[in-house]
Design a protein around this ligand. Structure first.
Ligand code: ATP
Length: 197
């Protein structure tokens, strides 16, 4: 799908371990209002956290709703994460926006990122957000009020995910939030330019 001028806006596949600050970074960049960008709202069966909104943070679905969407072929990718919950991306969150000239950022776990990279060969920019040090992940998950069992599970998963950082086009360290947001903005601006925008 392309715009009337034949251009398709960027697809940014952004991944990294839980707690590294993916959502914070992306929401910060979109909040700057400097590029036509939208974060794809993914669907999940996990419980809504305080302060999160349905259809804004995620689409919150039941396990049955999620299985039905998969069966109807409406999901671009999906995964069962930590063996507990489903997470996935509805197709309707990506292609129509890109065709209309709006860049789409997919904030996605490493497993899902692998699936999307295969679906859009040569037609995406993949980014991996790194913590300045492994211990920082625990502090950030703690600070977010995550329960201890969940923190433990996320940190276990994080080790395997960090080992896959080299599979991505670019790596981005999230130490200072403003500096990391600046770096993300530059990378995405370059991708718009590369695509003739
Ligand atoms: N550069 C930063 N410095 C300090 N704290 C940060 C920074 N970036 C994010 N945080 C904090 O770290 C916590 C985790 O961030 P966030 O929820 O954005 O992570 P995430 O990678 O999207 O996690 P998940 O994959 O579990 O959704 C939040 O409390 C956030 O405010």
């Amino acid at each position: 799908m392309t715009t009337p001028t034949g251009r398709t806006a960027p697809l940014i596949v952004l991944s990294g371990p839980s707690g590294v600050g993916k959502t914070t970074l992306v929401d910060g960049l979109i909040g700057r209002n400097v590029l036509p960008l939208r974060r794809a709202i993914t669907a999940t069966t996990r419980k809504r956290r305080p302060g999160e909104l349905d259809g804004v943070s995620y689409h919150y679905w039941t396990h049955d709703q999620f299985r039905e969407a998969i069966a109807r072929g409406e999901m671009l990718e999906w995964a069962e994460v930590h063996g507990v919950d489903f997470y996935g991306t509805p197709r309707a969150e990506v292609d129509p926006y890109r065709a209309a000239g709006v860049g789409v950022i997919l904030v996605i776990d490493v497993q899902g990122a692998g699936q999307v990279r295969l679906l859009y060969p040569g037609d995406h920019l993949s980014l991996f957000v790194m913590p300045p040090a492994f211990d920082v992940l625990r502090h950030r998950l703690d600070g977010r009020g995550e329960p201890e069992a969940s923190i433990h599970r996320r940190l276990e998963t994080a080790r395997g995910e960090l080992a896959r950082a080299d599979e991505f086009d670019k790596r981005l360290e999230n130490a200072d939030l403003t500096a990391a947001t600046d770096a993300l903005e530059r990378l995405i601006r370059d991708e718009f330019t590369r695509r003739g925008f």
